[in-house]
Structures are given as C-alpha cells and as structure tokens.
Design a protein around this ligand. Structure first.
Ligand SMILES: Cc1cc2nc3c(=O)[nH]c(=O)nc-3n(C[C@H](O)[C@H](O)[C@H](O)COP(=O)(O)O)c2cc1C
Length: 332
C-alpha cells in the first residue's frame, strides 16, 4: 500500500507537518509505504487556464507538478494536510489543487477511468488558530472536489481549532492519538492484498496492460506492480487501444525491480514476453504469460493483445477468487 502525504504549510516543521508525519509514521509502522511531499518546497505554478489539458488531457507546464501527477495515480491513500489560511488551504496547496484540473479533464471531458479510482481513498488533515464554527467548511468542500478530480473517495477529515504557535499541536489532548487511530483504520484493510509483479521483457506494453486490467477489476484484492525499463514511458498506440476500453493509462509509471522490492517483495511474479534471464525471484512462485515480443505492433495487433490480456486477467482473478486469494493453490 502506498500512502501519499501532501503537506501544505510553508512552516515545514510546524503543526501540519507534525500531524501529518504522526499519521504517516503509524501507517509505515503497520506496513504501508509512505511519502511526504512538502508542497511549499516544490516549484508548482498556478493553473494558467490555457485550455491545453481540455484538448490533450495533459498539463503542458513543465514544473514539479509533473512529478506529482504519477504519485497521485499510484497512491492508495492520499492525505491532504494544510493549515487554514483565510478559511481555505495555503496558496501553495491551492496551486497544486488547481493543477489537478488536468486529471479532472481526463475523467469528465475525455471520459476515461483511472483503474485505481474505485479503490483509492482521500483524507483531510487541517488545523487553524481560531475557534470559528465554520472554520473548516470551505476547506472540506475544496477537499471533496480535489479528491474527486484525482480519483479518490473522500473518506474523512480530522480538523483542530485553536492551534497557532509552531508545535502547539503536540499539546492538543487528542490530535496525535486520533491521527494514529485514523492511520490504523485506513491502512489495515489494504494490508491483506496479494502483491503481483508483472515483469516485462523488452516491450513494456503487455505488463502495463495486465497491471491496469488487474487493478481495474480487482484492485481491492490485488496490488500490482509493472516492472519495466522505467525510462520506457507509455506507448501512445497502447494508450489508444486502452482508451477504447475507457481505461486511462495517463500518468501511470512502471517501476524498476529494486524500487518495487524495496517497497514490498511480491507474492507472485508473472513474466510476460520471453525473458532469458529468469527466474528473477527463484524463491517466489512465478508464472509465464507468453506474448509475442515485438516493439512495433500495428493497431490491430495491439487490440488483439489487449483482448487476450484482458481475458487472461479475468481468468486469473477468478482463480484467485476460488483459492480465496492464495496464490499457491491457484492454477490459471
Ligand atoms: C497567512 C495566514 C492566514 C491565516 N488564516 C487563518 C484563518 O483564516 N483562520 C484561522 O483560524 N487561522 C489562520 N491562520 C493561522 C494558522 O492556521 C495557524 O497558525 C496554524 O497553526 C499554522 O499551522 P502550521 O504550523 O502548520 O503552519 C493563518 C495564518 C497565516 C500565516
């Protein structure tokens, strides 16, 4: 499980950061892989309303937001943490939120479904100096629409009043305890997932498709990694044939094997294509899903491959169901 924490305060060791890192440390202790981004340290310019994302589905501004889009896509849980500045989020966090318009467009203008959308959750952490009754009203609405844009279900918010001086959150009678409890509530249900590595030969397309279909159909039970040459990127023809199925391959990134194992080793390895250097993990159950190895497929060949892989994924998921998630007993 990957938990992404977005820390919106410019006071990098202030109250928001303490609250968020308490949450993330507990999530990590339970077995999640976590990452905290200090949004104020990133170079993220506000949306320029150029309209290019509406046309192309991508934001053309070349700044640090380009690193955040794939993180939002690969997260299972997104934690947005910000102090209240004038009844809303900080300007730094608001710039990030506005730039998520590129993801909103993919969903609502281009009608594409991110395969992780059904399973991803969002949590809001916030605090402010005053005790106003409606202190968090605006921010809660903003969070609701941000999480919808990035494909996450807005699960809950933890908000604290009368927190002003740096570090004051530590004196709050409940805040840090509640952050740890919330981490347990949100992380535990994810930890039972079967972790599957799809490992490619030269061509990353089959693994990218298999990983996306598996997440789309069974992301609540299976956690997938697409292991490929990370510099490979996404083949536009493959994106096109997945788009015909309504599946959004945008911002999906493959990982290197070292990175994926560092996070958590697999329960099952599925090799696609014809690798000569197998087995990668001799001690872990592995399968082969042979696919013709070609870097230059026609659109028809790409469609055929997509259909075969989708069928294979469905059979695989059914067999996991029969064996109640045990990959050892499964034979597809
Ligand atoms: C520019 C600015 C605007 C603020 N606006 C509000 C506000 O509208 N309501 C409020 O209760 N606190 C407001 N605050 C106070 C902060 O929310 C509070 O000090 C908080 O604890 C800061 O958290 P941090 O340590 O994570 O930065 C504001 C602070 C600043 C610097």
């Amino acid at each position: 499980m990957f938990v992404l924490g977005l820390q919106g305060s410019p006071r990098l060791k202030g109250n928001t950061s303490i609250l968020l890192s308490t949450f993330l440390n507990e999530a990590e202790r339970l077995g999640a892989y976590t990452r905290q981004i200090d949004v104020a340290s990133m170079d993220i310019v506000p949306c320029q309303e150029c309209g290019i994302c509406e046309r192309d589905g991508y934001c053309p501004i070349n700044d640090d937001m380009q690193q955040i889009y794939p993180l939002l896509r690969s997260a299972d849980l997104i934690v947005m943490a910000t102090p209240i500045f004038f009844y809303g989020a900080t300007a730094q966090m608001k710039a990030l939120i506005d730039r998520s318009q590129a993801m909103w467009v993919r969903r609502y203008v281009h009608r594409l479904t991110d395969p992780g959308r059904k399973w991803r959750k969002g949590l809001l952490l916030s605090l402010g100096a005053t005790k106003g009754k409606r202190l968090f009203d605006g921010l809660n609405l903003m969070a609701k629409y941000f999480f919808d844009a990035v494909g996450a279900h807005f699960e809950d918010s933890l908000t604290y009043r009368q927190i002003e001086k740096s570090g004051e959150i530590r004196q709050h009678p409940k805040a840090l305890i509640e952050a740890r409890e919330k981490a347990r509530d949100l992380v535990m249900p994810y930890l039972h997932k079967v972790r599957v590595f799809f490992v490619c030969s030269r061509d990353p397309c089959p693994c990218q498709m298999a990983s996306a279909f598996t997440q789309f159909y069974a992301g609540d039970r299976v956690e997938t990694e697409c292991i490929a040459d990370v510099s490979g990127g996404i083949n536009p023809l493959m994106s096109e044939v997945m788009r015909e199925r309504g599946i959004d391959m945008g911002y999906r990134e493959s990982r290197s094997i070292d990175e994926a194992v560092h996070y958590r080793p697999p329960d099952l390895v599925i090799s696609m294509g014809h690798r000569k250097d197998r087995p990668i993990f001799p001690w872990i159950e592995s399968r082969e899903w042979p696919v013709p190895d070609s870097m230059n497929r026609s659109i028809e060949a790409m469609c055929q491959m997509r259909d075969k892989i989708e069928e294979r994924v469905r059979v695989f998921i059914n067999s996991l169901e029969r064996s109640k998630g045990s990959v050892i007993e499964d034979r597809d």
